[in-house]
Design a protein around this ligand. Structure first.
Ligand SMILES: *Cc1c(COP(=O)(O)O)cnc(C)c1O
Length: 367
């Protein structure tokens, strides 16, 4: 055994996993980390105290398994979302990535397929792979937009078992019109296709952008997923959830691991929801910084996409990797999403955003 690769090679790994690399946004020590779309504001002090109190209260009973159905949490999530949802419509897991995995476990798997429209969230193909579901890369227009007509046509063409719609889309940042969701849902009628709208960034959407939650009544195959990792500034807590017809949650109960949501996670999420107004207090500031990035990048002669999220996708007018490195050399880490000529940057605090913009300006001046 002369290297880690050789030892991995020697293991009886599944053929479809051989030679692959794990998901890996670099976790580098840098001055300004704007590469994974976290909320870069620390958790506010009152929320820290509330989480601490609730977690302390649960500590003595950690000898017991948690509430398997996390009923209090589902009730709190339903009340946060509104739209006349009840706890029966809600489900939660360790991050919305686990939510998506559970959806694939219940509705995908061998001989089944999931369609999404690339470029989109890079975890979709990996989650499909892990669950043995065939991933179909649907197309977008040259400007990365997706029309209702094109999406519905592709659903008809591929007849997938599941469709993932990311809105606002990562990495491009723009939200989909609800007409796209409606058209995809209708196009999936024959095949009984499950339609998932991943709204990880919904809280950052521009004013007047409607949520797919409004489409849930009467659509039992529609699932809207959300997360506490972005606007809620709780990426470390690992809490994602969905709203759907109650039968969908019943289906997921067949594949979830027993007691998958720890008592500590449930306590943390409950404290966060109790203080959601404080936690979401940074959202308006982040949206200001995002709009500032869009305006400033335009002024510098680059081409940013309009954003409904806490990040900006932009055409950098040259070699994206060289610019990524040029920014990193100045202590600013952004994301090279592998799309030629484009980079993605998270809107941080005002100071982080300033550091990013100054780094871009100085890079452009030198190149
Ligand atoms: C960040 C992100 C998520 C959130 O993942 P968690 O597992 O909840 O941290 C989900 N979908 C998209 C598109 C994302 O960018």
């Amino acid at each position: 055994m002369n290297s880690r690769d050789d030892s991995l090679e020697a293991l009886p790994l599944r053929d479809d996993l051989r030679g692959l690399s794990p998901y890996g946004a670099p976790q580098l020590e840098v001055r300004v980390a704007l590469n994974t779309n976290e909320n870069t504001h620390p958790v506010p002090e009152p929320v820290v105290r509330a989480v601490t109190r609730r977690v302390t209260d649960t500590a003595a009973s950690l000898n017991r398994y948690p509430d398997r159905d996390f009923t209090n949490l589902r009730t709190a999530l339903a009340s946060y979302l509104g739209h006349e949802l009840t706890e029966d419509n809600l489900w939660a897991a360790n991050g919305s990535n686990e939510i998506l995995q559970q959806i694939l476990q219940a509705f995908g798997g061998p001989e089944r397929s999931v369609l999404s429209f690339v470029p989109t969230y890079s975890m979709y193909p990996l989650l499909a792979l892990g669950t043995g579901t065939r991933f179909i890369a649907g197309e977008r227009a040259a400007d990365f937009s997706l029309s209702a007509e094109s999406a519905a046509r592709q659903v008809g063409e591929h007849a997938p078992n599941i469709v993932f719609l990311c809105s606002p889309n990562n990495p491009t940042g723009t939200a989909l019109g609800l007409d796209v969701v409606e058209a995809v849902y209708e196009a999936g009628e024959d095949r009984n296709t499950i339609v998932v709208v991943d709204e990880a960034y919904a809280e950052f959407a521009r004013f007047g952008t409607p949520s797919a939650l409004t489409l849930l009544p009467g659509r039992p195959r529609l699932i809207v997923t959300r997360t506490m990792s972005k606007a809620f500034a709780l990426a470390g807590a690992r809490l994602g959830y969905f709203a759907a017809d109650r039968s969908v949650a019943d289906a997921i109960r067949l594949v979830r691991l027993p007691y998958h949501l720890s008592s500590v996670t449930q306590a943390t999420a409950l404290a966060a929801l109790e203080h959601h107004e404080t936690l979401l207090g940074t959202v308006e500031d982040i949206k200001l910084q995002r709009d500032r990035i869009v305006d400033e990048l335009k002024r510098l002669g680059l081409t940013p996409a309009e954003s409904d999220s806490n990040f900006v996708f932009f055409e950098c007018g040259g070699d994206a990797h060289a610019m990524w490195q040029g920014l990193l050399d100045q202590g600013v880490l952004v994301r090279d999403v592998g799309i030629p000529g484009h980079l993605r940057v998270t809107a941080g605090t005002e100071a982080e955003t300033t550091a990013f913009l100054e780094a871009v300006e100085s890079y452009l001046a030198r190149s």
